[in-house]
Design a protein around this ligand. Structure first.
Ligand code: GLA
Length: 381
């Protein structure tokens, strides 16, 4: 095992034919990573699934189609391991129809109003794939492409590097954008995602991660208790585009500064909750942008599982699975019903290209876009 890891490292750690047949590489931290074929896209491109395990037995399975986290097994307070993310058993199901289960999102996470923005005086037109707006990078966003995968040697834990070149004009965005997404399963039970990106023309970038969590792995998520480290949020119009206001959460159902059950206020008579059919909003995080810090903590009382979300991003989209409606059958035959999961998507604010008052999402040649997201697991009594 150790020798296969060294061998991988010496060869530039590239994924080898032997690994495609299922060999395991051992990370210096004591975890390991293993690759298996996961199927083919409609165009016949092979897709692999990588199993990352840390020394505590936490396991993440990630495929290089969309960089999707297909499963994530973490312990409850009794040490019982369960998969805490929604998704499918088979690649074909992800390709057929997925509400962004577990994927990498880009080139622009969340919405751009009417699929239009202006940069340096040029108007760019994107496909409108969500009512009047553009959502999550377009018709074929980063969630639907095959990323080039490489197993890396790392002291933090088993590490998978995914790379994708988004060509100038793809989905209407300017500039060749070269993106690297590195997943590491850390020794302290964190799934860490480090994004970097560079461009050859001015462009806009907003990358995030779209895992659907249910820490009890059954039923709805209304009893999960959430803390969001934010004094303000960005209210939206009826098409979920921010109005531009940064509204204090004080006195509203959006105040999660003290841990509160998701279901405690979700059905209140509140215009913002009606627009989202629940929570589907961006919170303005209380921390300096670019600095890694705690965005949210979620705990599930029956299992004791705790998820902490850390990020360098200025915002957090908290979405309570309001579009799940019982039409998708997922892993192990679970039919995903209304609010059976929640997402925590660290990001820049939605529609930032049309809001000069929001933190900028413009990336210029010679600069490197950076974004770190950590989903870290523990338990409470
Ligand atoms: C984000 C959006 C939601 C929805 C989901 C995917 O969370 O804000 O409105 O589009 O992605 O279904």
């Amino acid at each position: 095992m150790q020798s296969s890891y060294v061998w991988l490292t010496l060869l530039g750690a590239s994924l080898c034919a032997a690994c495609l047949l299922g060999c395991a590489a051992v990370a210096p931290s004591g975890g390991n990573i293993n690759a298996q074929p996961f199927g083919k896209t409609k165009e016949g491109t092979p897709v692999d699934i990588f199993t990352l395990r840390n020394k505590n037995g936490v396991e993440a399975r990630i495929c290089n189609y969309g960089g999707i986290v297909v499963s994530l097994k973490v312990p409850d307070r009794n040490g019982q391991m369960s998969d805490v993310v929604l998704g499918y058993d088979k690649l074909d199901d992800y390709i057929k129809s997925s509400p962004y289960f577990g994927c990498l999102v880009g080139r622009y996470g969340n919405r751009i109003a009417k699929g239009k923005f202006t940069l340096n005086g040029n108007v760019y037109t994107l496909a409108t794939n969500n009512g009047p707006n553009a959502l999550h990078g377009g018709i074929k966003g980063f969630d639907k492409v095959v990323w080039e995968a490489k197993v890396l040697g790392s002291h933090d834990g088993p590490t998978l590097q995914l790379r994708y070149l988004s060509k100038d004009g793809e989905e209407g965005y300017p500039g060749n954008l070269s993106v690297t997404a590195v997943y590491t399963l850390t020794e302290d039970n964190g799934l860490k995602l480090d994004y970097t990106a560079t461009t050859d023309k001015d462009t806009v970038v907003n990358l995030t991660q779209h895992t659907y969590f249910n820490l009890a792995q059954k039923g709805d998520i209304l009893n999960h208790v959430v803390m969001i480290n934010a004094d303000k949020f960005t209210p939206v119009d009826s098409t979920l585009i921010p109005t531009g206001e940064l509204r204090p959460v004080e006195g509203t159902p959006f105040d999660f500064r003290k841990p509160t059950a998701i279901g405690a206020r979700i059905n209140q008579d509140d215009e913002q909750l009606k627009f989202g059919n629940g929570y589907d909003h961006n919170w303005v995080l209380n921390k300096p942008m670019g600095q890694l810090g705690l965005a949210a903590r979620v705990s599930e009382p029956t299992t004791g599982r705790v998820l902490e979300v850390l990020t360098t991003e200025p915002g957090l989209q908290f979405y309570t699975g309001n579009f799940l409606d019982g039409t998708l059958k997922g892993k192990g035959g679970w039919v995903y019903q209304f609010r059976n999961a929640f997402c925590m998507e660290p990001q820049h604010y939605p529609d930032s290209p049309n809001h000069p008052e929001f933190p900028s999402v413009v990336l210029k040649p010679g600069k490197t876009y950076k974004n770190t997201i950590i989903y870290r697991f523990s338990t409470s009594k």
